[in-house]
Structure formats: C-alpha cells, structure tokens
Design a protein around this ligand. Structure first.
Ligand SMILES: NC(=O)c1ccc[n+]([C@@H]2O[C@H](COP(=O)([O-])OP(=O)(O)OC[C@H]3O[C@@H](n4cnc5c(N)ncnc54)[C@H](O)[C@@H]3O)[C@@H](O)[C@H]2O)c1
Length: 342
C-alpha cells in the first residue's frame, strides 16, 4: 500500500510511519519540521520504501503528485499545542483549515479517490461536560474572549471539509477525534502535560500543576492510537466515519502528577501554578474530557495494549537515558522497556 503522511515527522505521524514501514508499505512523509523532527524518522532513512519532503503543506509543489500516488493519506500537519495555539492564533486557522482544504482539493482534482484519514480532536466538543463524549453529540465553540478556540474552530472546519468532499466527490474520509495522546517522542515544550511531568519527576524538580489539578483527562498511548487508526481505516473502506480515538480511563491532573512521582520514585513535590500565570488572562480550561469508545469498539473490536502506568514507565526510562546521555556526553539508543519485553 502507498501511504502519504502529512506532519509525519511529528509525534503521532512518526509512529504511523513506523507501523506502515514495519509492514512493508511505501511511505511518503511531508513535514515542514515546525514542531516535528527529522530524528523521529532516523530509523527509516535507509529504507527504500521511505521518502521524505521538507515542505509546508500550504505551498508544497508536489502535493498533487503525492496525493495521486497514495492509497491512504493521513492528514496530521497542523499547528498544535496550547502554547502555539495561544501565541500564533492566525497561523492555527490558516494552516489547519487551508492545509486540509488544499489536500482534499488535490485529491478531488486528480480524480483518484484515496482514503483520507483526518486528525480531528476532542477539542471539537468544547465545553461539553457530559460524563462521556459521544460522536453524535453537538459540538460547541465558546463565545467568550480569547483565541484558544481557534484550534477547535479549525478542527470543526476540517471535519466539515472532510464530510463535504466525501458527500460531493466521493472521497472517503475517516475523521478521527483524538483524545489526549501520549507516548515516546512527544515533547513538553508546546504545552503537553505528561512529558513535562515526567521531565520534572526524573530531575526531582517540583511538578507544576496548572490550576487546582481537579480537571480530568483520558490519556491514550500513541502505539495504541496508531493501531486503532489503521484498524478503523481498514474497516471503513470506502465509507466515511467520525470516530473518537483514545482511552476511556479518566484521571485528574493532580492524580496524574502523583502517579508520575510514584512511578519515578521521585522526590518531587507538587507546585500549583495559577492558570492565568501559565497561559495568560483569557485562558479557559476544560473541566473534563472522556471519550465514549462504543463506536470504535463496535467497528473494530479494538483493545488497548498499553496501560497509563506502562506508558509512564516507558517515558521515565527514556527521559532517564536522555539525562544520562547529556551528563556523560555520549549517545545511546533507547527502546522503551515495554517494547524490549514484547
Ligand atoms: N497529540 C494529541 O494528543 C492530539 C490530540 C488531538 C488532535 N491531535 C492532532 O493530531 C495531529 C498530530 O499531532 P501531534 O501530537 O503528532 O503533533 P506534532 O506537532 O508532533 O505533529 C504535527 C506535525 O505537523 C507538522 N506541520 C505543522 N505545520 C505544517 C505545515 N504547514 N506543513 C507541513 N507540516 C506541518 C509539524 O512539524 C509536526 O511534525 C495534529 O493534527 C493534531 O491537531 C493530536
């Protein structure tokens, strides 16, 4: 199979590249390396089935050709992370909406109808505070001040484009609403909580919990996420679907901090930082976010392989090795403990 991955040097995209190349598929990655890293794909550099282009999805001149070649396209290129969403509100809208539309237009113009897997987000549920979030619930966008909502708007627009191109031009779309995804290669500097907590715990520094820490999230290991996505794409075939992709175990951010400290056997304490200090005056946090996985399970029978503890243990091992490397001045290749055992 020919697979095109936009944003494939990023966190989730590079795991998708691993999955498909491991299976013998041909993979073409395009990424502008704004948050992605070429190092995430270093293990594939000599693989003749792998191709990489450093380019902006908005201007990439090989887009039409690459789309025409692909059987399946994962569209992940986007401006992501709370810090970037706050700092670059116009770029979020332009990249996320125009990038998706450009890709779908290229698929339509070529006449060849590849399957498109669109990376949407639990952010489309906005302030919805139901116990579990189901795909058939209404989506919501806050009317309060602040620009954080540009990201939700961009993902809702991408979903609408996906559905419209499917209906009008018969381009099949799997619209995957990712809930918090974690795992190896995720970086903390754009506002992701788990890598930040792990880095702090390993260094025995205070764990900074923004706000009271009562807000809850449900975290899914990226290695589960990419398996689920692939299964969904196979099951969907030429149909168009909107599906939550995540894990439904719910944990408060305070409990998460405690769990990371316990797993790392760290001497870290917990330090609360006011939300406005962390993100600025206008910031609104979401109180809870837990997916209903009924649709994912009914379609695929998917079962998670990674518990939160297992993922955190892997991340701690990777962070410790990185720290030792920096201290010793030499480089070691770290495979997560759970992969070595598997
Ligand atoms: N990680 C999560 O928990 C999560 C949750 C919901 C949705 N998502 C979505 O999943 C996708 C992947 O996210 P991720 O967590 O892997 O983040 P990431 O930042 O690691 O990946 C995004 C990739 O897109 C690339 N990119 C950005 N703008 C680009 C452009 N104009 N042209 C080409 N490449 C560009 C970046 O360099 C990066 O490699 C995104 O669409 C994101 O919105 C992720």
């Amino acid at each position: 199979m020919h697979v095109l991955i936009t944003g494939g040097a990023g966190f989730i995209g590079s795991h998708l590249a691993d999955l498909h190349l491991g299976r013998g598929d041909q993979v073409h990655v395009v990424d502008d390396l704004s948050t992605g890293l070429r190092a995430n794909l270093a293990q594939h550099e000599d693989n003749p089935d792998f191709r990489f282009d450093e380019a902006d999805i908005l201007t990439w001149d090989k887009l039409e050709r690459a789309v025409g070649w692909a059987d399946r396209i994962y569209h992940l290129a986007a401006v992501v992370g709370v810090y970037r969403v706050i700092a670059e509100p116009t770029k979020v809208l332009a990249t996320n909406i125009a990038g998706c539309e450009r890709l779908l237009r290229a698929a339509q113009a070529g006449g060849w109808k590849p399957q498109v897997v669109l990376a949407s987000s639990s952010e489309v549920y906005g302030h919805n505070e139901e116990d579990v979030l189901r795909e058939d619930q209404d989506l919501s966008v806050s009317t309060r001040v602040g620009t954080r909502w540009g990201y939700s708007v961009s993902k809702i627009a991408d979903e609408a484009f996906g559905l419209a191109y499917a209906q009008r031009f018969g381009i099949p779309a799997v619209i995957a609403r990712f809930f918090n995804t974690i795992g190896p290669r995720q970086v903390g500097r754009y506002g992701m909580v788990v890598p930040r907590f792990v880095a702090q715990a390993v260094r025995n520094e205070p764990i900074t919990v923004f706000g009271g820490g009562q807000q809850t999230r449900s975290f899914c290991d990226v290695r589960d996420t990419v398996e689920a996505l692939d299964l969904l794409a196979w099951r969907a075939g030429r149909n168009t679907l909107v599906v939550n992709v995540g894990n439904d175990r719910e944990i408060s951010i305070l409990e998460l901090a405690e769990l990371v400290i316990e797993r790392a056997q760290s001497r870290s304490t917990i330090k609360h930082v006011p939300l406005r200090e962390a993100y600025g005056e206008d910031f609104e946090d979401i109180r809870r976010r837990r997916p209903s996985l009924a649709r994912l399970r009914a379609l695929t029978g998917f079962e998670h392989r990674y518990t939160l503890e297992r993922t955190i243990d892997d991340l701690i091992a990777i962070e410790r090795a990185r720290l030792n490397e920096a201290r010793d001045g030499y480089c070691t290749l770290v495979r997560p403990e759970s992969e070595r055992a598997a």
